[in-house]
Ligand binder design. Structure first.
Ligand code: NAD
Ligand code: DAU
Length: 362
């Protein structure tokens, strides 16, 4: 379903982490939907950031890319002032659970200290420029802050208590609390979204869906953690971007909105479906049928068993529901990885291979 936003444009929007997976999809969404808005991307270009995600926007007059760290207070303050920013959409984060287990420090630095730095800079800027009505600070967060669900437990709602289980989710929980506190204490016009697992174009190869697509194309083993019965609730990234748009334009400052796809699937079933789609759509594969590549590997420590999102609030209050089904979204995604080898091949660098060895060495 396409929701027409009651847009308070033109906006001057700072998008942090806009060279990453969801951030870059959001940048494309915003530039297409609001062509006269000023769009500034601030991204440190860590291993997960990729300027190739934004190539088609380079020549646009209303677009600017700045390479920099959200923890750099002077840089953030200058950008907010120079560009007269009225809206922040904050995606920048360390986002991969397995990396947070191998090395949690970067997660605390970017996700907690970085979010704090942005909040401080935006608070000062917002106060100095006279607290305009349509100023907004959107903090993009995750359903992982709520912890793990028992098989029959109700889905996470906005009032579910936080119970993060990994360094990644704990750092995101910390950042959510800071954002909440800045609204309660200073009245900052914040919005928080907690979303389920995304998938789609520009998804870095370390995550389950792109990893499986790429390994099938390379004829490599398809690693499934534990017994493969863990459940995730999958949402197509384009639907997430549309939901974030609606939250910025129509959400109530100080509120949290859960966003989900209503697509609970066991990991093993998801991988089997990806194998079928690849077998159907790929003209040539090194190994066929692809499912013969499935390999069960050592489980992720602290692996959350089940996530599920109750997205009633965003549906009722803001009239948002997803457009894609899991079937249509997965088909598009498999096609994208099939036709974008030039995008993903360079990402399988030595650094990536070293990381892969560490996680999958058994
Ligand atoms: P990603 O890892 O693909 O991208 C993160 C981006 O942030 C990269 O471009 C990286 O270069 C940049 N970055 C990292 N540290 C930075 C720093 N210190 N300063 C500036 N830039 C920095 O992440 P993603 O999957 O696109 O996730 C984006 C946001 O959405 C994250 O906050 C994540 O917690 C949240 N989220 C992700 C999912 C998902 O399924 N991927 C679901 C719900 C919420
Ligand atoms: O729920 C939202 C979260 O979804 C986001 O906050 C995170 O940023 C994002 O990375 C994602 O976290 P997950 O840990 O759920 O995603 P990942 O793709 O890493 O794993 C999905 C499921 O698949 C999970 O149960 C672990 C499993 N898995 C993952 C990999 C990489 C495997 O079985 N094998 C693998 O090789």
């Amino acid at each position: 379903m396409v929701v027409t936003s009651s847009a308070q444009s033109p906006r001057r929007i700072l998008i942090t982490g806009g060279a990453g997976f969801i951030g870059s999809n959001f940048v494309h969404h915003w530039c297409k939907t609001y062509p006269s808005d000023r769009v500034i991307v601030l991204d440190a270009l860590t291993y997960a950031g990729n300027l190739n995600n934004l190539t088609t926007l380079k020549e646009r007059e209303t677009f600017r890319f700045v390479q920099g760290n959200i923890c750099d207070r002077a840089l953030v303050t200058d950008l907010l002032q120079q560009e007269e920013i009225d809206t922040v959409a904050h995606f920048a984060a360390e986002s991969h659970v397995d990396r947070s287990i191998l090395g949690p420090e970067a997660f605390i630095q970017t996700n907690v200290v970085g979010t704090f730095t942005l909040l401080e800079c935006f608070r000062e800027h917002w106060q100095n420029r006279g607290r305009h009505d349509h100023d907004r600070f959107l903090h993009v967060s995750t359903d992982e802050v709520y912890g793990s669900l028992e098989p029959d437990a109700p889905a996470f709602s906005e009032t579910t208590p936080y119970a993060p289980n990994s360094p990644y989710s704990a750092s995101k929980a910390g950042s959510d609390h800071l954002v909440r506190a800045y609204h309660e204490t200073y009245g900052l016009p914040t919005l928080i979204t907690n979303c389920s697992n995304n998938y789609g174009s520009y998804h870095f190869p370390e995550k389950l869906i792109p990893l499986i697509c790429i390994n099938i194309l390379l004829g490599k083993p398809l690693p499934i953690y534990g017994d493969g019965q863990n459940i995730r609730d999958w949402l197509y990234v384009g639907d997430h971007c549309q939901a974030l748009d609606v939250v910025i334009q129509q959400g109530q400052p100080g509120q949290t909105y859960n966003i989900g796809g209503n697509n609970e699937v066991k990991n093993l079933d998801l991988v089997l479906r990806l194998c079928e789609l690849m077998d159907e759509l790929a003209p040539e594969l090194p190994v066929r049928p692809s499912k013969t590549l499935i390999t069960f590997v050592r489980d992720r420590p602290g692996h959350d068993r089940r996530y599920a999102i109750d997205a009633t609030k965003i549906k009722t209050d803001l009239n948002w529901v997803p457009s894609e089904t899991l079937e249509t979204g997965l088909r598009k995604t498999v096609q994208w990885y099939l036709t974008h080898r030039d995008w993903w091949q360079p990402l399988l660098s030595n650094e990536y291979q070293a990381y892969y060895q560490q996680v999958y060495r058994g």
